[in-house]
Each structure stands twice: as structure tokens, then as C-alpha cells.
Design a binder for this molecule. Structure first.
Ligand code: NCD
Length: 395
């Protein structure tokens, strides 16, 4: 029989957890936020509160038969097995009766499914709205769309949008409508969770990256990342994942070095608290992990230049091909391949938020190797999203 947990009912659960030989549920005393819009500005305590709660869910899922306690590092893992990352049976009823709306104005595979699985695992219902087939294609603004969905009584809106700041805009719009008395108290209480806004932030991806790094280096008790160095390699300037990684990892004590050509990794990124290097080979030997980014052609100005897509790679049918002169040259200087991995520290890991363009930023053999944490990251995505939903909805 599955043991059910409810981190909000702390005392009885703590006793139960002790009996089960596991850590008691984390306190939510460091959390008072209704929304999760970014990791920048969150304190170390706040970050740890989410991560510690994610760990409690990870353990709870392990008790119901999940594979999550036995690290799976290869791309061949079965992600749909009972108790696995795609098992949507509730392990807790703490969000029973609540509804989570997924508002994805941009393509997504991992993140949208992961939020749905996370919500259902906590007993919530989910509603999906994609930009195709909705009034977004008729010119409705993101603020109006969100206000209308909120008016139907959802408790949280998980939003992905191509514009940086879209989630803040929705949050402001709902607050403004509330102040004017045009929406009721229940709509004002809608939690906004950022699932990636333009180049700005992707906070739950940042959290799952932190979780993966902490797991690998035995820091799941403290989430203290001091002494660890992460290189973020590739299209850092256009990356919301990188901004959330930099914010969260540096707050928890890690050193972050952003690496790539000057056009993709401008020196100005140092204002975020990271270092910048254009020389991957000199950095690689010093790092404990690399997070490899896709070249996000769609986030660069479209010029129709042929360079990227014409190089015989699966660069994503890319527009904005002038962002790099040639995919082949980029790969020679910056792709993580077997030769480069061989020069890394023995325990260093490879992360990637997906989707991977095999042969561009990462070679297939490395993506499928024991060092690759790609599927492990996806697994952790569910528990950090459960924690984010639980804390924001229970704020
Ligand atoms: C990322 C995203 O959409 O920001 N992917 C993800 O959420 N797993 C990174 C990307 O698109 O390259």
C-alpha cells in the first residue's frame, strides 16, 4: 500500500517519517510567496525550502516504487514504468480540489508534461491551454487570456511565453484587476508559476539543475553548493535556463562560468554574478559539471541566413541562422564530445535542459553516456515542480 504524505500536515507526518526511517517533511516557514517568477531575488533559505520539499517528495515517490532513488544516467531509461516520472497517481491529497492551468504560449514537451504530472501527483486537476487552437491566435493579450482563465476559478497558472517578463505582466494584470474590484478574491489568489519567459528565467529548470548537481555530489541534505564549479556552455545570452541557473547556483555557493563564443556569451553576463570565458578547453578540466545549452535560433533575430540549418545537422530547422557563422566551426570549438569529456574530472557530469540538437552542442555518444544526467534532470523536474506548486498554493 502506498504511503501517502502531506508536507502541510507536519507533526503527524514527521512521526510517520521517523518510523519509516526518512527525514521529516521540511518546514515551509521560509516560504511566503504566492508566485514563482524567477530564482533571482530568492534567498538561500527560500531556495533550500523548495529543494528540501522536493527531496521529501522524491523519497515519498521512492516509497511507492519510483526508480528515482537509483540514479539512471543513460538515455535508454524507461520513463513510463509504474512509479516513474510519468506515473501520475497522487502520492498526496494536499492539492485535492485545486486546479492548475497550463498556459503554454510556446512549444514545450518536458516542462508542460512535468507540471501536469506534478500537479496530479499532489491530487490537483489540470487544464491545458495551448496557443494553437485558442484565442491567442486571434490576438488576445497574455494578460487577458490569463485573466479569463483565472475567472474560471483555477488556483495556479503555469505560464510559458516567448516574451521576457510575460509572467510578471500577468501577475501585475491580475493584481491590478483585483485592486479595481474587477476580479474577486479567489482570482487574486491565483499563483503564477513561470515555466520559461523569453530569455528571462525558467526557475523550475534552474531548481532541477541544482537538485541534479546536489544529488551527484552528495549535497541533498544541505543544498550547499560551495566548492562546486559549473560551466554553462553555449547560447547563454539567449537562455532563460542559464539566468535561473546562475541566480540559484551562485546564491547556494557554486561558482558558475559561462562559456561560448563572444556573440553568444557576452562579457556583460558577468553582472549576473558569473564568470565568462570564450575558451572551453581551458575551463573544462576545472569544472564539476557542465550544463550544455542548445543554440536557441528562434530567440535570435531572424535573418534567414543559411549558416546554421545548411550545415547538415539537425539544428532545428532554424531561423536566425546568422547567430553563428557555421555550425561545424561552433561544434569544433564548443561541442561537448568524447575527447573533451575525457579531459574532464573523473566524476564531472554533463547536464542539458533539452531539447538536444545531437551533433551540434553535444555528440550522441556523450548524450547517451553514463556521465549524462539528462534523464535524471527530467525525473527531478517532477519533484521540484511538486514542491513549487505545493509551496505557492499553500503560501
Ligand atoms: C529549455 C527552454 O524551453 O527554455 N528547455 C526546457 O525547458 N526543457 C531550453 C531550450 O529550449 O533550449
Amino acid at each position: 500500500v502506498a504511503q501517502r504524505v502531506s508536507p502541510s500536515r507536519r507533526s503527524s507526518k514527521a512521526a510517520g517519517a521517523e518510523r519509516a526511517g526518512t527525514a521529516p517533511a521540511p518546514s515551509s516557514s521560509s516560504w511566503s510567496r504566492q508566485h514563482l517568477l524567477g530564482l533571482r531575488g530568492l534567498s538561500g533559505d527560500e531556495l533550500r525550502t523548495i529543494l528540501v520539499r522536493a527531496r521529501a517528495y522524491d523519497r515519498a515517490m521512492a516509497r511507492v516504487g519510483s526508480h528515482t532513488t537509483a540514479p539512471t544516467t543513460t538515455m535508454g531509461a524507461d520513463a513510463s514504468a509504474p512509479g516513474s516520472a510519468l506515473d501520475t497517481r497522487p502520492i498526496s491529497n494536499e492539492l485535492r480540489g485545486r486546479t492548475v492551468g497550463n498556459l503554454f504560449f510556446e512549444d514545450s514537451t518536458r516542462t508542460r508534461v512535468s507540471f501536469s504530472v506534478a500537479a496530479r501527483r499532489l491530487g490537483a486537476q489540470t487544464v491545458d491551454l495551448a496557443s494553437v487552437g485558442s484565442s491567442i491566435s486571434k490576438g488576445e493579450t497574455v494578460g487577458d487570456t490569463a485573466a479569463n482563465i483565472a475567472a474560471m476559478g483555477v488556483d495556479a497558472l503555469v505560464i510559458r511565453h516567448r516574451s521576457s517578463g510575460a509572467c510578471h505582466l500577468v501577475e501585475r494584470t491580475l493584481a491590478h484587476l483585483g485592486h479595481d474590484g474587477r476580479v474577486g478574491a479567489s482570482q487574486q489568489r491565483v499563483s503564477i508559476i513561470n515555466a520559461g519567459d523569453g530569455r528571462h528565467e525558467h526557475p523550475t529548470q534552474g531548481l532541477l539543475d541544482i537538485y541534479t548537481l546536489a544529488e551527484r555530489y552528495g549535497r541533498l541534505d544541505s543544498f550547499d553548493l560551495r566548492g562546486l564549479t559549473l560551466a554553462i556552455v553555449g547560447d547563454v545570452g539567449a537562455s532563460r535556463v542559464a539566468r535561473s541557473d546562475i541566480a540559484g547556483m551562485t546564491t547556494l555557493g557554486a561558482r558558475v562560468i559561462c562559456v561560448g563564443p563572444p556573440g553568444l556569451v557576452p562579457k556583460a553576463l558577468e553582472t549576473l554574478g558569473c564568470e565568462v570565458s570564450h575558451d572551453l578547453d581551458s575551463v573544462l578540466t576545472r569544472v564539476d559539471a557542465v550544463n550544455v545549452l542548445r543554440i536557441q535560433f528562434e530567440r535570435h533575430e531572424s535573418s534567414g541566413a543559411p549558416g546554421a540549418a545548411g550545415a547538415g545537422t539537425n539544428a532545428g530547422g532554424a531561423k536566425g541562422g546568422n547567430v553563428i557563422a557555421s555550425v561545424r566551426e561552433y561544434a569544433e570549438l564548443y561541442a561537448i564530445n568524447a575527447q573533451r569529456v575525457a579531459r574532464m574530472k573523473r566524476d564531472a557530469i554533463i547536464m542539458h535542459p533539452g531539447p538536444i540538437n545531437r551533433g551540434v552542442e553535444l555528440t550522441a555518444d556523450v548524450a547517451d553516456s553514463q556521465r549524462s544526467m539528462v534523464l535524471r534532470q527530467v525525473t527531478h523536474g517532477v519533484v521540484v515542480r511538486m514542491a513549487a506548486l505545493s509551496l505557492c498554493l499553500g503560501h
